[in-house]
Design a protein around this ligand. Sequence first.
Ligand SMILES: [Zn+2]
Length: 299
Amino acid sequence: MKILNLALSRSTVDRAAHIRADESALELEWQVAKIIHFNGTGFLTSGISLTLLTAEQIEGSGQKIFLGQHDGASYFLWCSEQSIGSDEGYKTLREISAELTSLEIGLAVHGQAVALWHHKNPICPNCGSVTEPFAGGSSRRCATGHEHYPRTDPAIIVLVKDKSDRILLGRQAVWPEHRFSTFAGFVEAGESFEQCVVREVLEEAGVRVSDINYLGSQPWPFPQSLMIAFEATIQDPENARPDGEEIVEIRWFDRNELYASITEGTLLLPPSISVARAMIQAWYGEDRPPLPGAETWRL
Ligand SMILES: [Zn+2]
């Protein structure tokens, strides 16, 4: 299986990190920049596109975050709770991410991840004093000089297969009825990705995987995850069983069973922008029509 095509990994923005450290260059770029606005929840949009503002349209208190350059233009995020225009112009990343261009995805995914990190990190964990953004909003620093950088939480996600090329999907108790997905979990301290894959599948489905292959990765800024995708095989599919706590039901599918279950309404796949959906579609067949399915999010 080749590396997956993932909806939120399509960025075409040059982060232009060399500009971050130059305060006067940043100020000059701001004056001619294209600026997107995030109000802590959603982005200002026009239809299905991000609205691009100019510096003259920005007022009130907020934070400038340099996102990079594309086609000779500099892009910033303006982050403030105060809406520009009507509140109805704001849409969440989940609502619009499937429609955005690769440039817009690069801006919105980076912007949301870093803005949410700033919001949660006003205090220096080293010394307890207040931190302030610096280097174009790419990091924070306290008065003592401790520097802090945006955090990303790695989580593995794995497509479990058997020797007959069936896939195993599980259902969490908190999900909508009939929603099944691949197995996933956060990497624990001191753990490798591969160890995490083995542990998560063993915990949730009771079986030990082997032949672990990397399939790609996707930022998931809800609020600060990075999904690292793998496929893996188990030798004893008959021993798979749900853990009864996080996973309440598991099902094996071949391609015909998967399609039939979707059309008869007993299987609801995860949303199209998720890694899980991309892995299932890639296994089903990249050149076959997209699998049907509603876009119901986890409650
Ligand atoms: Zn400090």
